[in-house]
Design a protein around this ligand. Structure first.
Ligand code: ITT
Length: 197
């Protein structure tokens, strides 16, 4: 059995990965992950890098140095074409109070009508197996930003992100459906296939 800690404080990320593994339990029965809660890991995790890769590395490295336990972390965000890739690595802290709905409102107000609404979710996982072995896996999802917020519950920018070839935002589809196309699962599949080799 391959066991790893998922270095994240984000319950949505955790839930998506949990559901994915559950949906493929016959294929990935040798893989188990644990959340930080299971060992009461409450330290605040540094995230001061200048790129998704750097941030993912910082999170995994921080946890590994403290615990010596194999782990993986993830850094992700939304890149909007007409905003030159913003909010990018600042996706979770785009508005002044870091609140989800305020992040969304700021993004919509910064996007003037008639400009491109093209956007992309990007994700990178960092897998830390031991002191010497660190690996990265990436995934992306193209789409566009809707004009309005779809007032459904959801993770981050899901209420305003319409994936390519779809008519609904990510918050209007189930997690299992999102998992079939998401940046996170595209990257995670590479990780789990690598571990299972
Ligand atoms: P951890 O660092 O503890 O993992 P975090 O939420 O701070 O959690 P990030 O720094 O990677 O994680 O920020 C990711 C942000 O990007 C997230 O909070 C959302 O605002 C946005 N985001 C990433 N993936 C998303 C998705 O699938 N759906 C909606 N928003 C997403």
């Amino acid at each position: 059995m391959k066991k790893f800690f998922f270095v994240t404080k984000n319950i949505f990320k955790e839930q998506e990965i949990k559901k994915f593994i559950l949906s493929k339990k016959n294929q990935y029965k040798n893989f188990r992950f644990f959340s930080l809660k299971e060992i009461n890991f409450t330290d605040s995790i540094p995230e001061y890098g200048n790129s998704f890769i750097e941030n993912a590395f910082l999170k995994a490295e921080f946890f590994f140095k403290k615990t010596n336990l194999p782990c993986f972390s993830e850094d992700s965000g939304l890149k909007v074409e007409c905003l030159n890739g913003e909010p990018g690595i600042y996706s979770s802290r785009y508005s002044t109070n870091n609140n989800n709905i305020d992040n969304i409102k700021k993004l919509l107000s910064n996007m003037v009508k008639n400009r491109s609404r093209k956007a992309e979710f990007f994700c990178v996982f960092c897998l830390k197996i031991n002191k010497k072995e660190t690996y990265f896996f990436e995934g992306k999802l193209s789409g566009k930003i809707s004009e309005k917020i779809s007032f459904k519950k959801g993770f981050g920018y899901d209420p305003i992100f319409i994936p390519e070839n779809h008519n609904h935002t990510l918050s209007e589809i189930s997690i299992n459906k999102k998992n079939q196309i998401s940046h996170r699962i595209k990257a995670f599949k590479k990780l789990i296939q690598f571990v299972n080799k």
